[in-house]
Design a binder for this molecule. Structure first.
Ligand code: ADP
Ligand code: MG
Length: 684
């Protein structure tokens, strides 16, 4: 029987006690297994180098002979600079130490010394960071030394020593977790060897091989977790198998004011299939802005209502709730489907009425902000929850619903397109549907980046569009630190524009307005009575007014790429040619990159790819909420191919019946157990 190293306290490692033990705990390391999993993030290279082969500025380690007397200059009581001539091969170089004058007595002429530091070719200097005297004590010369991400009371030296000790005591007990077939398939190092080499690689190549193996393991286990989630969810079969009335759904689709795109049809078919299954649907619908996600949701809601259940549509803002309610009413009116609005600003009495109607089943579809399913809200028979414009909204909400004894199908819609390849990481536990095309007849939006000095011409542009019957948005940035300043900014710009266009109505929208006021402006804008809408980013998501053809963004360099693309997506929704004008500081470096991307492409997936490139995955996906893990070694972008491979392997293994019982899979199942995959709460 092998020992589970994750159950052996880290204090069992010789030398780990007292304060050091406490600090390891603070780092999240309480078992030997966790300690061994704490990998270095890079290596310090102490391989001896030939000075004729190195470049100026390189970090080098060289061996030489002291040939002179050290010269010390003191600056104040503690600061110093010490110079000493050293003969390296046939070169006389000068070793320079800062604040290490206490080494002076050791620098005896003729002695051998190993210097590590930065090589200054011009002056023939080495600025020494570490030095060693051969033959005196342990040597790191010629080795690679791991560098760990630690701080405070730990030194790299102590950590390396402790890791070595842990490997000595427990290294032989490191179990394999990957199935032998995968090791064989990819010629991966066994875990035991890989862990040892990661901490103490003989050379870079070995370190690289070890890293390869551990990257695969990390990605494979992550994907296994995702695939197991899905499999367990499907197996549980505790959802509603909706009896979908296909002829009625077809008739509804035919009654729509437009023909669905092939993409929309395909996605609807996927959703209808899920609705009819006994498991809970957990599906993500992604598509570029303007791809027509709302109507897909409408068809799904229609199908569920026709099957005798209720639906909920959750959105992040009240503005969007109002808008969706209006467009659903237009579509559902002829079918006698009852909708209701439930938002935070509903007066108590109205709220009570809506809640009562929902509970009695008098309301078929409720549209609202997320307060909709959180509080004292109950449905008679909730069959489908659609959440619009929110990453991972659905996932957290599911546990709330489950606790109420409801187990609806969940459809999450997002307009931040995720490069297809990354979607499997971020949303590996969901089924993903993608709208790949925009409705026919859309003209690509023309985008321009201009400096602030061209404001006059921008105003002329606004004038031209409004004169020909169109409408325009003008966006002022959201200044994170101060909503107040932000609002002031919007108020000022609004006043300027109203002054510039006395015969037009210029509306104002910002976060400090009451829901009623916001609603009023939005309604007037969507009915064409307000010609120009000055707004903060509150209109970023979802707003749909097809007659607006011009989007002007002030201080565009302050926005992220995906956000700019979202904003631009507010126009180009009808048959008219639309424009996006980005007023940006031409001196801003990040701004320049973003404006370049925005003017070069209209494709949301391409924008997302560049955004990811510019910002890196952590920032791109936002908080922990997004569900994207912080990998220890793997990099979601550069190790992407491995990720795909690992996903396929994990899916294949989870499909095998013996995976759930067979002895060969015990290590994988214990991993899942450690991750609490089998506890039902985690499924939410
Ligand atoms: P998003 O995917 O950004 O949420 P919407 O659902 O708001 O997009 O749709 C954008 C606009 O396109 C809406 O005005 C909608 O009525 C319209 N639309 C949706 N599908 C089609 C289609 N197949 N043909 C024409 N117009 C469509
Ligand atoms: Mg939308």
């Amino acid at each position: 029987m092998s020992i589970d190293l994750y159950k052996v306290p880290v204090g069992q490692v010789v030398g780990v006690k007292g304060k050091k033990l406490e600090e390891l705990h603070a780092l999240g390391i309480s078992s030997v297994g966790q300690l061994l999993d704490y990998y270095p993030f890079r290596y310090e290279d102490y391989t001896l180098r030939d000075l004729t082969q190195v470049k100026d500025g390189d970090k080098v380690t060289v061996k030489g002979q002291i040939v002179g007397i050290p010269q010390v200059q003191m600056y104040g009581r503690t600061k110093s600079r010490m110079l000493c001539k050293v003969l390296v091969d046939t070169w006389f170089v000068t070793a320079v130490w800062f604040n290490r004058h206490f080494l002076k007595d050791k620098l005896t002429s003729g002695a051998e010394i190993v210097l590590t530091g930065k090589w200054d070719q011009k002056r023939q200097h080495i600025t020494v960071t570490e030095s060693e005297f051969p033959g005196q004590g342990a040597s790191q010369t010629g080795t690679l030394q791991p560098v760990y991400s630690i701080s405070g009371a730990f030194t790299q030296k102590w950590f390396r020593q402790t890791m070595k000790q842990a490997l000595l005591q427990f290294g032989e007990m490191i179990p394999e977790v990957l199935p032998a077939e995968l090791l064989y398939k990819y010629e991966l190092l066994p875990r035991k060897a890989a862990v040892k080499l990661l901490h103490m690689p003989g050379n870079m190549e070995q370190g690289q091989r070890a890293r390869c193996r551990m990257v695969f393991e990390e990605l494979f286990l992550f994907q296994l977790k995702m695939q197991a989630y899905r499999a367990i969810n499907h197996k549980r079969a505790d959802g509603v198998a909706h009896p979908v009335d296909l002829p009625a759904v077809r008739a509804f689709v035919r009654s729509l004011p437009f023909t669905l795109t092939d993409s929309q049809k395909k996605v609807i078919a996927e959703i209808l299939h899920d609705l009819q299954q006994p498991y809970c649907m957990n599906r993500l619908l992604q598509g570029d802005v303007g791809a027509g996600k709302t109507v897909v949701a409408a068809v799904a809601l229609f199908a569920v209502v026709k099957a005798g259940y209720q639906g909920a549509l959750m959105v992040p803002t009240e503005i969007l709730a109002e808008q969706h309610k209006r467009s659903l009413d237009r579509l559902f009116e002829p079918y006698g489907i009852q909708t209701a609005l439930l938002t935070g600003s509903l007066p108590a009495r109205g709220r009570r009425d809506v809640l009562g109607a929902m509970q009695m089943g008098l309301v078929d579809i409720v549209v609202g902000t997320h307060a909709l399913i959180q509080e004292d809200v109950f449905f008679r028979a909730l069959g489908l929850v659609v959440t619009d414009e929110q990453h991972r909204f659905g996932v957290n909400q599911r546990s709330v619903l489950r606790r109420k004894g409801m187990n609806p199908d969940v459809l999450t819609m997002t307009a931040t397109p995720i490069p297809r390849t990354l979607a499997i990481t971020a949303f590996g536990d969901l089924d993903v549907s993608t709208l790949r095309e925009l409705p026919k007849g859309r003209k690509p939006i023309q985008t321009y980046a201009v400096p602030h000095s061209m404001l006059e011409r921008v105003l002329g542009f606004i004038n031209r569009e409004v004169e020909s019957g169109r409408q325009a948005y003008v966006i002022c940035p959201l200044i994170e630190e101060s909503e107040k300043l932000d609002v002031q900014n919007a108020i000022d710009i609004h006043a300027q524009l109203q002054f510039a266009f006395p015969s037009y109505r210029v509306g104002l929208l910002h976060g400090r307005m009451s829901p009623g006021e916001k609603d009023e402006v939005m309604r007037e804008f969507s009915e064409g009575r307000v010609h120009v809408l000055v707004s903060t980013t509150v209109i970023e998501v979802g707003v749909d007014v097809p007659n607006s053809t011009l989007m002007v963004v002030y201080d565009a360099d302050r926005f992220g790429l995906s956000q700019l693309h979202q904003l631009r997506g507010r126009v180009g929704r009808g048959e008219h040619q639309s424009y996006c004008v980005l007023i940006a500081d031409p001196k801003s470096e990040v701004g320049k990159e973003r404006m370049k991307a925005m003017t070069e492409t209209n494709d949301g997936f391409e924008i997302a790819r560049r955004d990811l490139e510019l910002r890196g995955p952590g920032d791109f996906f936002g908080t922990k909420q997004s569900g994207v893990p912080d990998f220890r070694l793997a990099d979601m972008v550069t190790d992407f191919e491995v990720m795909e491979q690992a996903r396929d392997d994990a899916a294949e293994i989870v499909r095998r019946p013996e995976f759930w019982t067979g002895a060969a899979y015990v290590p994988l199942r214990s991993f899942l157990q450690r991750e609490h995959i089998f506890e039902s709460e985690m499924l939410d």
